[in-house]
Ligand binder design. Sequence first.
Ligand code: FES
Length: 154
Amino acid sequence: MDQRAQQNTPDQSKRSFLKQSLIFIGGAVALAVSWGMGRFALFSNEKKKLREVPSEVLAKLQPDVPVHVPGAEAWIVKRKSDGSVVAFDDRCTHLGCRPNWNPQRNLFECPCHGSEFDMEGVVKRGPAKLPMARLTISTKEGEKPRLLDRPLAS
Ligand code: FES
């Protein structure tokens, strides 16, 4: 039997096929892991983005008139009842659309699936089940006011 005939035996073909399959599967797994890590890195950077609020916005707040701050992706409300200021993430807790404030109804209305939230971010109508996410307003001296996802440690 010559050498060329030996290279084409069924066993060798199976081995070659298995070897190529393993290389392909290994490449697919490596690609999936890289994609996942890349997404994680992007997501982490997104979370670290500063949500600064221009000082003028805070100074000009009118009682019970929510103000949208697009750069901070937030709504800010000065409560008429006690003058306190609260901030909410501007994404709907259902699937992440951006609710608008309807001054006639005193509600945040989500244009995507109809969820509604009151001025305190409480769900008044679903499908959203969770209230609007409350943000902490940080006003450290010498820094621009900014919003934080979690309450400040005291
Ligand atoms: Fe707001 Fe669905 S994303 S109701």
